[in-house]
Write a protein that binds this ligand. Structure first.
Ligand SMILES: Nc1ncnc2c1ncn2[C@@H]1O[C@H](COP(=O)(O)OP(=O)(O)OP(=O)(O)O)[C@@H](O)[C@H]1O
Ligand SMILES: [Mg+2]
Length: 372
């Protein structure tokens, strides 16, 4: 075959490929940056991608690293002296990643030779993602995990960042607590004023090939499905059917753990539809975003924590026995609020945290009282 190239010369020792995303790869240790002669010390990772994808993520990470208090406790922050860096020529690499070529195999425009277009973000290694088997054990403190996640989300909200892609593969578990990372889809809220529809295009899709594609990801709030359906000329009825089909697992969990029935959810979504004029043929998602951005990550967190509740039970933990019925009820009330299908009534992260823990929580008191 003509494009069956011998890649063996790129296969090097060292440099473990930690993860492969749509737009790049994460290596440990990182590659050598241009101008450096020595690798950075410490247990570091390098996220490698095309400059146009890495640059926006860098801006958000720099802001988080420099501006958000306690950033290191809650988020993966930048490390190293060159960020983002250009990659040193392959022949200078001390430890070259084995799979550099493989990393971009899906992208036709990038090859291992095209180093000039690549940038790398260096950060410290942060543990296994929540999705990895074994990241959660019977010793995991579910309540503390939830509090920590809500505190992180409260800080992001208070400092005007929407992560926009929170799911169990974008949380690292360190000492039993979640660290939020992968800001590749994130937004600054202070620029919401100038936000354009195309900035939101990874969430809202004007062209889908089938009804199943309007759902977006399951951890995205349900109104996203309604908007995507309307964009693509599906009826509200078809959109609702799609929500209840695609999201059946989480809807079942809401019924079992939170006592929220399918009818309750339909009522919530219908109440929202009646209270807004966004559900016209051509929904104004930019306006929706300006008003409701703070409920976006909140829904995803409810989704993550409810699924984790099931997983804790699956590994044999009886949460009610462990935490008592009062604490359990508070956690469930917070989850109900986060997962409300009506985004006007949905709790933001601070409101959920005030119930999960208390309004005296130190992160709320210092940074987010105005969000309660
Ligand atoms: N600092 C880190 N410490 C430990 N593991 C990491 C770190 N950064 C990334 N990883 C691993 O690499 C994977 C991909 O990283 P990340 O989510 O940042 O990249 P991505 O290209 O945006 O991925 P995707 O498109 O799949 O979301 C993660 O799911 C995680 O397993
Ligand atoms: Mg990711």
């Amino acid at each position: 075959m003509e494009d069956e190239e011998d890649i063996s010369e790129y296969l090097q020792t060292g440099g473990k490929l930690l993860g492969m995303g749509v737009d790049g790869c994460v290596f440990m240790p990182p590659l050598l940056c241009k101008g450096d002669t020595k690798a950075e010390r410490g247990k570091l990772t390098g996220k490698l991608g095309l400059s146009e994808y890495i640059q926006p993520e860098y801006k958000i990470m720099k802001y988080i690293t420099e501006t958000i208090p306690h950033a290191e406790e809650y988020f993966k922050v930048l490390k190293g002296k060159q960020n983002p860096c250009k990659i040193a020529p392959l022949e200078d690499q001390i430890e070259r990643p084995m799979e550099l070529e493989m990393c971009f195999s899906e992208s036709e425009t990038v090859s291992a030779y095209d180093l000039g277009r690549l940038r790398m973000l260096t950060m410290s290694y942060g543990g296994e993602p929540l999705k990895a088997p074994g990241s959660i054990t019977a010793r995991t403190d579910y309540w503390a995990f939830g509090r920590h996640l809500l505190e992180g989300a409260t800080l992001l909200m208070a400092y005007g960042v929407v992560h926009a892609d929170l799911h169990s593969n974008n949380l690292l578990v360190k000492n039993g607590l979640p660290i939020i990372f992968d800001f590749s889809s994130s937004y600054f809220v202070r620029s919401s004023r100038d936000i354009k529809e195309r900035d939101l295009e990874h969430i809202f899709r004007r062209k889908v090939t089938s009804i199943d594609d309007i759902s977006g990801r399951n951890q995205h709030p349900p109104e996203v499905v309604l908007f995507n359906g309307l964009f693509n000329n599906y009826s509200i009825k078809e959109d609702l059917e799609s929500i209840f089909k695609e999201r059946r697992p989480i809807i079942n969990l809401m019924e079992i753990y939170l006592g929220v029935s399918k009818e309750d959810l339909i009522n919530q979504i219908n109440d929202y539809r009646k209270s807004t004029n966004y559900f016209e043929r051509d929904p104004n998602i930019v306006e929706w975003w300006k008003h409701h951005w703070h409920t976006y990550d909140a829904y995803s967190i409810g989704y993550i924590l409810l699924k984790l509740m099931l997983n804790m039970e699956r590994i044999g933990v009886d949460l009610t026995a462990k935490y008592g019925s009062v604490k359990m009820k508070k956690m469930k009330t917070a989850l109900q609020g986060l997962l409300n299908f009506n985004c006007v009534k949905r709790f933001n992260a601070a409101q959920a945290l005030a119930i999960w823990d208390s309004a005296d929580n130190k992160i709320i008191k210092k940074h987010a009282t105005k969000w309660l």
